[in-house]
Design a protein around this ligand. Structure first.
Ligand SMILES: [Zn+2]
Length: 353
């Protein structure tokens, strides 16, 4: 980290933000690496949620120690908080994902939640992180479920990107997509299908293999560039809707996005073979394919409606779909996606191996 920061002219003092476990594992390495580069640093223990209060806490510590660079090390919420604080203070930011659980690390936006973990807003910044540093040795030691969650986030990228490009809507930066961005999004999907299951085995054994290297690139870089440069659509809006149900809070962003993608495919009425590819992949790696898989085994209409309304709120990316999407359509698509997933599982689990 010290060498890469120095090469980019990023100066100390650096304020490192990380959770307790990551601090325990990496504090000594940070110290030797940053000392070697002559970069002084302070470590701030992350409060647990990318919420406005935590961003303010980080800014206060940064001012106190005269930080000239902010470094976030950890999962998506830590990195989002680091980017938010750095943007407010006008400082450069380094992102070190310790898990490949979402495509947040390369982006120039943060997802802000309330202290209770309910989606609040997207916040956009002038520029992407100055440095994104991923150590696959660290990723390989993270719980496998986090890598799977990252695959869920990355799984939606190609489908949301192609919907946005087909409808000529603006990307997350307010511009048009490029052929390069769309190609990266498609490569992201192809990489998941080819390497996802084997990469998961590597992480389950805590080893680094070429498949894991490629998968981490897909989850982090390809998905990140794909979604930001081409755009999001229904899958992420349904995710945002699902956060309105507290039962889903025990599930990761990418896990809810994976179910949101099924809802998007139903809404768009894509060919059955496409749905089957996605269901097959999700089952292989253990991504949710039904409401029960994300903590909602029973979803009566009065609980479903607020989710559908949240997913179709003004400004939501679901309005990037090439047709008008109403809350009723989303509610129906959620139930239909759930039925598809349950039927798939029943069919495939009842077959002799
Ligand atoms: Zn996402």
């Amino acid at each position: 980290m010290g060498r890469e920061m120095a090469a980019l002219g990023l100066e100390g003092p650096a304020l490192l933000i990380a959770g307790k476990t990551v601090i325990g594992r990496l504090a000594d390495i940070w110290k030797s690496s940053l000392d070697e580069a002559g970069i002084r640093h302070t470590v701030h223990r992350f409060g647990g949620e990318c919420a406005l209060a935590e961003i303010e806490r980080v800014k206060a510590v940064a001012r106190q120690c005269g930080a000239r660079t902010i470094v976030g090390a950890g999962g998506g919420k830590v990195l989002d908080t680091a980017r938010a604080a750095a943007a407010d203070l006008g400082l450069p930011v380094v992102n070190c994902p310790t898990v490949a659980s979402s495509d947040a690390p390369c982006s120039a936006l943060s997802v802000i939640y309330t202290e209770e973990g309910v989606f609040q807003e997207y916040r956009f910044y002038r520029k992407n992180p100055d440095l994104v540093l991923v150590d696959t040795q660290v990723i390989a030691q993270a719980p496998p479920r986090l890598l799977v969650a990252g695959m869920g986030d990355a799984l939606a990228t190609w489908f949301e990107a192609r919907t946005c490009v087909a409808g000529s809507v603006r990307n997350m930066r307010g511009g048009g997509s490029t052929a390069a961005a769309l190609a990266l999004a498609e490569l992201c999907y192809r990489t998941l299908l080819a390497d996802g299951a084997i990469a998961l085995q590597a992480v389950s054994t805590q080893v680094v293999t070429p498949a894991l290297e490629r998968l981490v690139e897909a989850n982090t870089l390809l998905s990140g560039l794909g979604f930001e440069s081409s755009g999001l659509a229904a899958a992420h809006a349904v995710h945002n809707g699902l956060t309105a149900a507290h039962e889903t809070h025990a599930f990761f962003h990418g896990e809810k996005v994976a179910f949101g993608l099924l809802v998007q495919l139903v809404l768009e009425g894509v060919p059955r073979a496409t749905v089957d590819d996605v269901l097959g992949f999700s089952c292989d790696v253990g991504l949710p394919i039904s409401l029960a898989d994300i903590g909602l085994p029973d979803l009566p209409r009065d609980r479903l409606d607020p989710i559908a309304r949240r997913a179709t709120a003004p400004g939501e990316t679901i309005h990037n779909e090439p047709f008008e999407v109403t809350p009723d359509m989303v509610a129906d698509a959620i139930l239909a996606a759930d039925a598809l997933g349950r039927a798939w599982r029943k069919h495939h689990e009842s077959r002799p191996i």
